[in-house]
Ligand binder design. Sequence first.
Ligand code: CU
Length: 158
Amino acid sequence: MRRTLLPLASLLAVAVLLVAACSDDSSSSSGSGSGPATEVDQSQIDALAKKAGLEGEVTVKGELEGKPSSGSIATELDDFYFGPTFIDAAAGSTVKVKLHNEGKVDHTFTIDSASIDETVDAGKTAEVDVKVPASGSLAFYCRFHKSRGMQGAVIVES
Ligand SMILES: [Cu+2]
């Protein structure tokens, strides 16, 4: 086998290219960490869905959990999820849920056991009063998109 200087020269060239490529990468990825979004762990979603007795897919893209403030809570209806997906509320209280459809299609806020079935057109708002039970939970869902995971629940604080 004959040794020449050529392989060494090509190795050096490759090394120089690699260093250049690496420095390019580091400069382009240095902007991370600015987003406020915290990744929601699937196990957190599963735990709350189980607690609320929800079946099937539960889509969470916005806030996972929220609490009413001064008796009301703003709730986003979007394509295709509720945010917050779970509302922690005091037993026996009445919560004014301020619905805002921020999606491109119509959605509903529906609670069968409370005879609530509010359709909110795309871009519109509505309000519903939800009577929180003494214990347990109240499942809510969108009649049009429940199969896509558009559901959530009011969970009574314990
Ligand atoms: Cu919907």
